[in-house]
Write a protein that binds this ligand. Structure first.
Ligand code: PAF
Length: 308
């Protein structure tokens, strides 16, 4: 299977690298991190985990030349970069390719659907944790479940083949017919972990190891859950908190994607995560003051001192 990863940052490189190791013909595309691509071209991609490093030979490029040959195109750019990335790749996109987005947040799907039919679009979520530690180097800092579904239509044998490949690549993956529920279940996790780790400049484990932050994360998750229930989520408060804490434990060493953005001085996905909860809460007349506060603090770039 030919796979093209659009937005080969931390997570895109991890998925692309693991799929290449499992035998797929993968191309990692990133037009903005030229050094990352150059190192992969000359020395391969290093996936680091538990003190050991796995070297993977994988194609990498800064121009989307071979995109039309892809059976599967993975969209791994940040939520706010989706419109621009789609406009860049659209002229080369093959209408027969499957397009998969495992991006954080909600709301960017409409940008993909401007160029991709709902029948070829796979949307999902992942609890994998990955950090870009240097050019050509990704730390696989947490293992978690990946779930995806077809935007329109039933599962097909081609989708079964994609699922089988992901599983062969050591990416535990499930199919789901309820994408909206998946997305909102993941929003609860990102709402609690991402802004708090970003504000405190700490890896994900702080959410469970710091008793005060644990309480705040739980309250943020329960607030997001009220909104998520309107999108098919049926978790109880304690189940939602447990999910947040399980992901924080399994990815304890990971630097959340939002903290990675903050550390690099880049825009974050806050408007597609906590901001989406606030907007949806307003529409549904559900108060979301904690999510609003976190959205405002991240947008204003307010970093907190975390006690040692
Ligand atoms: O955004 C992230 O960092 C990830 O979605 C997750 C699962 C919270 C792990 O860090």
């Amino acid at each position: 299977m030919r796979i093209y990863i659009v937005g080969a940052g931390a997570l895109g490189s991890l998925f692309g690298g693991l799929l290449a190791r499992a035998g797929a013909h993968v191309c990692l595309y990133n037009p903005s991190n030229v050094e990352h691509i150059r190192v992969i071209q000359s020395a391969g991609l290093a996936i680091e985990r538990d003190g050991s490093s796995l070297k993977i030979t994988v194609e990498a490029t800064t121009t989307p030349d071979a995109l039309a040959e892809a059976d599967l195109v993975g969209i791994f750019v940040k939520a706010h970069q989706t419109a621009r990335a789609m406009e860049q790749i659209a002229p080369k996109l093959n209408p027969r390719s499957w397009v998969l987005s495992l991006q954080n947040g909600v709301g960017m799907e409409s940008e993909i659907l401007r160029f991709v039919s709902g029948e070829r679009f796979l949307r999902g979520v992942t609890a994998q944790g990955a950090t870009l530690v240097g050019p050509g180097r990704v730390r696989w800092a947490g293992v978690g479940l990946t779930r995806l579904g077809r935007w329109e239509g039933p599962i097909t044998s081609e989708i079964e083949a994609i699922l089988a490949l992901l599983r062969r690549a050591e990416i535990e993956t499930e199919y789901s017919g309820e994408i909206e529920r998946l997305l909102w279940e993941k929003i609860i996790i990102n709402c609690a972990i991402n802004p708090l780790t970003a504000l405190c400049d700490q890896p994900n484990g702080v959410i469970v190891h710091d008793a005060e932050l644990r309480e705040v994360a739980g309250a943020v998750a329960c607030e997001a859950l009220r909104v998520a229930r309107a999108h098919g989520v049926t978790l109880t408060d304690s189940e939602a908190v447990e999910r947040v804490e399980t992901v924080a434990c399994r990815t304890a060493q990971n630097i959340s994607s939002m903290l990675q953005d903050v550390r690099r001085g880049r825009p974050t996905e806050i408007d597609y995560i906590n901001g989406a909860v606030v907007r949806e809460g307003r529409r549904l007349q559900i108060p979301t003051p904690l999510n609003l506060l976190l959205t405002r603090l991240i947008a204003a770039g307010r970093m907190l001192e975390h006690p040692a």
